[in-house]
Design a protein. Sequence first.
Length: 409
Amino acid sequence: MPQVPILMPQLGESIAEATIVDLKVKPGDSVVADQEIMEVETNKAVMGVTTPCKGKIDKITAQVKETYPIGAVLGYVEASVEDAARFKKSAPQDVQQEVAEEIPGRAEEEVRPTRQEKIAATAGNGARSRTRSLPVPVATKGAGFLSPRVRARMAELNLTNADLAGIPGTGTGNRVTVKDLENFLHNIEKEKPSEASAIRTGVADAMRRSWTRPLTTIGASVCLDPVLQDRRKRDPKPGPALYALRALALALAENPSAAARLIGTQVVLPGSIDVGVAVEAEDGIMVPVIRAADKTSLGDLTKRYSELVGLARQRRLSPDITSGGIAAVSNFGTFGIEWGTPIPLPDQTLLLGLGVGKKVPSWDEEKGQFLPVTEAQITLSFDHRSLDGGGAGRLLKRIAELLGDPTKL
């Protein structure tokens, strides 16, 4: 019977490859069109690979724990002549170059060798080799000098300059030599390292790219008693983080320029107030985005948030759910933390942090005495290229005002 290839699907605009984590069928099994037959893991989520058409599984060429680029053949389905005619069977292209081109910023982030270094690398056959891996930049701009041999070895292992920060260089000018790098790797092997998960690698990559911007954080105190009183009247009951998310969304709707991104010499204003919320998942953080949060009531936010948390903890968030936000909220108070400087994602300008609520004495002018109130610290981390301290301060003040009067939320 004719065969139709099962291909690694396009899993998102910035995703170049994925790792097989589970096979749900075996050769000889009958399948229907769009039946999920594999689970694959990217640096953002676990997703399913489905059959192109009805038929019988002829063979599965993919292996669990192996990484394959988008478009790679994972197996074949024995199909009808009519279905086979709709799918042209072809061998996978040379995907290594495609992977490099699809990774945003890869070309810009690599250290560009000088003409002399190119000659030296060519003479020593120091050409870089690329391995199948998650899209992690080879090096960051502004890093110290690294010889072509060291950079080639780093490319083989997908190491960044940050990974070499702890290596004391023994070369000229304290440069890290290949011998220094190999000694470092040898010592690491003695410590029995394990492979980082895809989500951990993805978080590391995102934070490294975020840190290339001038980020800063401001903070303020806010009384949570009005929020807690309002929460008791609601069913379902929103968490404090959702009150903060709603307040942030409304404050940004009043002043959308506060969430504008600076791209080159252009200021890009948000078309929609889409706000993410940080959710702790296995071995990392995921940030599902709530669209048009300024137009979504607290009750609807609570229901949507519950759905997203469930998907996040199952690693079932699709790229369209985790992309496109202009800001996010991180409730680090759930861990008993009072104050923090969370880092916004690379494509977001702002991140609002919420600390733990604590009983503190507050002076009451009318009663002339200290009264106990529940107070928390809120922080606003932002890209200082796009927003100045005055604008950030006014935005944070407005958020505090809205939290002080939940009826406006």
